[in-house]
Design a protein around this ligand. Structure first.
Ligand SMILES: C[S@@+](CC[C@H](N)C(=O)[O-])C[C@H]1O[C@@H](n2cnc3c(N)ncnc32)[C@H](O)[C@@H]1O
Length: 356
């Protein structure tokens, strides 16, 4: 009994130290990925820190420090003779697409800015964005200006999480109506969903709605050029009072990973303005990952932690939704849920809505 309690306490103490030293472990992993140290151990296990240092032409000191931290953090195992091999956690860091999208998003987009978490939380402004440019008010109009590594990590993260759900969402849409005519892709970003929709419904056309920085770039994108004749762009900044105009007659409005870019009150007015733009009988489809409705703890943790990106880097006031809060917003905005489709892709729920 006493022994069990002592072990339970030591496990708890270890879990707490993982948190206390989380940035140290994180940056050691980052260095091990960037130097190729982790990959070298994975490909040629059984070497010593020194032998990898020699092969990679990095200082033996660097390899020794990384080996100590990674072995203690269960990313590597080390034999009594000092030979190294990787654990399944290292395999995730090297080969699992989700882990890598999340890791590089954390490292290249957020890490420096996260230092301003307290200010951002208390002042409801993305205080960490100053790490890129002190003049920027939100991240969205500046996505094309991010430094190359940050831009790659931002799109890698965004695309990984939404692309997985697109095909499944298109299946649901096709089962509800095999012949959608006109899509309104709100917050369409680089046009990936618009393109997938136009492929799936060959008779359809699309309105692509976003900030000018995205609408002006869209039709020149190489992958979008073949679809240009079927797409019209509409520029809007939803943070002004603008109404959504020019989409009369459309039968499907679509918002994917979009409402989470806004505070609840902003999201509500966006939904209301969208409802006003919808003709009777039109559908609104909303695709969002819901923090509290995940099947796996790994997904819940990823989403909950990612919310801090919205706080510190993106806008200072939004987060990934919990299910009840989003359903309440729909209702308050005068929309009725027709059906819900959870667990699309890895972690998304698709809501099909109509005017109440
Ligand atoms: C996270 S991205 C979503 C991209 C895409 N829909 C997806 O599924 O991955 C959010 C999009 O909302 C747009 N956005 C953010 N703030 C906006 C605003 N105030 N007005 C209009 N669009 C905005 C951004 O430009 C971006 O394209």
């Amino acid at each position: 009994m006493t022994r069990d309690r002592k072990h339970a306490f030591l496990d708890t103490l270890l879990a707490a130290q993982r948190l206390a030293f989380a940035p140290f472990i994180f940056k050691a992993v980052s260095a091990a990925l960037h130097t190729g140290f982790l990959e070298a151990v994975a490909r040629h296990s059984g070497g010593t820190a020194e032998s990898y240092a020699e092969a990679l032409e990095i200082p033996p000191y660097a390899a020794a420090v990384m080996a100590d931290i990674l072995a203690a953090a269960d990313v590597l195992t080390r034999s009594p003779e000092g030979t190294l091999s990787t654990t399944p956690v290292a395999d995730c860091l090297l080969f699992d697409e989700m882990t890598r999208a999340n890791f590089f998003f954390a490292d290249d987009v957020n890490y420096v800015g996260l230092d301003k978490t307290l200010e951002a939380l208390l002042e409801a402004r993305p205080a960490g964005l100053a790490a890129f440019n002190p003049e920027w008010k939100t991240i969205y109009p500046h996505l094309p200006e991010l430094p190359e590594r940050a831009r790659r990590a931002w799109f890698g993260f965004d695309h990984f999480h939404s692309d997985r759900a697109y095909e499944a969402a298109l299946d649901v849409l096709a089962s509800v109506n095999p012949a959608w005519r006109t899509l309104v892709d709100i917050g369409g970003n680089t046009g990936r969903f618009t393109k997938a929709f136009l492929d799936r419904f060959p008779e359809s056309s699309a309105y692509f709605v976003d900030l000018p920085v995205e609408t002006e770039a869209l039709l020149a994108r190489e992958e979008i050029v073949p679809y240009a004749a079927r797409i019209r762009t509409i520029s809007i900044d939803w943070l002004t009072d603008s109404e959504l105009e020019g989409t009369a007659g459309a039968d499907l409005y679509w918002m994917s990973q979009f409402l989470d870019c806004f505070s609840e009150s902003e999201a509500k007015t966006i939904l209301e303005r969208t409802r006003r733009a919808m003709r009777d009988g039109a559908a609104l489809a909303v695709l969002e990952p819901l923090v509290d409705e995940q099947r796996h703890k790994a997904a819940e943790l990823s989403l909950a932690a990612s919310s801090l990106y919205f706080t510190v880097m993106a806008n200072g006031r939004s987060r990934f939704f919990n299910g009840p809060a989003l359903r309440k917003l729909f209702c308050e905005a005068g929309l009725r849920i027709v059906s819900e489709h959870p667990n699309l892709g890895i972690s998304h729920t698709l809501f099909l809505l109509e005017k109440a």
